[in-house]
Write a protein that binds this ligand. Structure first.
Ligand code: 13P
Ligand code: SF4
Length: 380
């Protein structure tokens, strides 16, 4: 087991040094003052995080966006996060990203046509009702009700959040997944089901924490013919999506760490496989992981199953602990990493110059439907 943390480095071919980007960003921020708020997800590189007015997991950042009064929100994270920020801010506020190319491969694993096909197949083939038929989707269902309640992970497009909002469903993040699934079960009724997309692992790990068995969960893979009998027996239908970063973590890595350091603590993100989550001491959102490391006693050795930029930052923030990534090879989220200081400098300068670029705009109808699902989440 290597104790040295792998270094993540990335340069883009241009004429400026890191120092020059830092100066440009600071100068632009000073000029913009309260007009701009920079939000940075925990997976961003240090040279972005140092300029963020607030950092956090996707739940905290969506709350920050909802509460902000800044004219411009520059989102340093991935596309679905900026979309949610646009939905949660008012019409006068402008949400942009340093580059709109930073997407999330997991979010892309579920698209609206595929989800609609799944939805109609489940309603047609199983004895289930659309929550749209209810007068009040917020009300608890009865033992005899049979609603199919859609739940989408925050890591999904605005179109899917709108679908969920329209059909009486809800959004969740890794911070509140259990509360949200309890909410959804309460609205599904005794004969109903929950359709969860796109991350099968978060769905499985959360349902399992709530006491459900694997037989209570069926997987919907849009590429294969569905096994309707298996789905009929299940309470949760989990979309076949996954995160390519978190699926790299294995129980073997945890065993090797504990062989080398029997007292080592292990914390992982719930996007990891269920076996990995079971083998860890704790699991939770990126903010939970940050707090776990902060609160661990001095001298702790902590193995972390999440993105490398966050792990490296935690290791340097807590020099009295040894915090390293469970995976020996570098494990970055390549799309989060697309946010380079050069693009942040250019984005801030373009705001000063009045150029409208990299703006994230969700149309009115999509926003109106999606906000129902986001507000249900914020109230849970
Ligand atoms: P958090 O909500 O825990 O920050 O997770 C977002 C994410 O994309 C993890 O891969
Ligand atoms: Fe998406 Fe995975 Fe990157 Fe998170 S770590 S943004 S789920 S690809």
């Amino acid at each position: 087991m290597s104790l040295g943390l792998p270094l993540v480095s990335c340069s883009i071919d241009d004429a400026y040094s890191d120092e020059e980007y830092r100066d440009r960003i600071q100068k632009a921020k000073e000029e913009l003052g309260d007009r701009v708020m920079i939000l940075g997800h925990h997976y961003q590189r240090d040279s972005i995080v140092e300029h963020a007015d607030a950092t956090g997991d996707s739940f905290r950042l969506s709350r920050m966006a909802a509460d902000s009064t800044a004219e411009h929100i520059v989102f340093c994270g991935v596309h679905f996060m900026a979309e949610s920020a646009d939905i949660l801010t008012n019409d006068q506020q402008i949400v942009s990203m340093p580059t709109t190319r930073a997407g999330c491969s997991m979010a892309d694993m579920a698209n609206l046509p595929d989800v609609e096909e799944c939805w109609h197949t489940l309603l047609d083939e199983l004895d289930l009702s659309d929550p749209i038929s209810r007068e009040n989707p917020e009300e608890l269902a009865t033992e005899n009700d049979n609603f199919l309640v859609p739940v989408t992970y925050m890591n999904s497009s605005a179109a899917l959040k709108a679908f969920v909002g329209k059909h009486g469903g809800i959004v969740c993040t890794s911070t509140n997944a259990q509360g949200v699934l309890e909410w959804a079960l309460g609205r599904a009724g005794g004969l109903g089901k929950v359709l969860f997309f796109p991350d099968q692992h978060l769905g499985r790990n959360t349902a399992s924490k709530m006491g459900f068995e694997l037989d209570d969960m069926a997987v919907w893979n849009p590429q294969t013919i569905p096994n309707i009998d298996e789905i009929n027996r299940a309470k949760f239908v989990l979309w076949h999506g996954y995160c390519s970063v978190h699926q790299r973590f294995t129980v073997d890595q945890i065993d090797r760490l504990r062989d080398a350091f029997p007292n080592a603590l292990v914390v992982v993100h719930p996007e990891c496989d269920q076996k990995v989550v079971h083998a860890a001491d704790a699991d939770g959102s990126t903010d939970f992981i940050r707090r776990f490391c902060e609160e661990a006693p001095p001298g702790s050795i902590i193995g972390v199953g999440t993105e490398i930029n966050l792990v490296q930052r935690l290791n340097s923030q807590y020099p009295d602990k040894e915090i390293h990534c469970l995976d020996d090879s570098v494990c970055p989220c390549s799309t989060m990493y697309m946010i380079h200081p050069r693009f942040l400098a250019e984005q801030l300068e373009s705001i000063i110059n009045g150029d409208r670029r990299n703006i994230i705009t969700i149309d009115k109808q999509t926003s109106k439907d999606a906000i129902k699902a986001l507000n249900r989440m914020l109230e849970v």
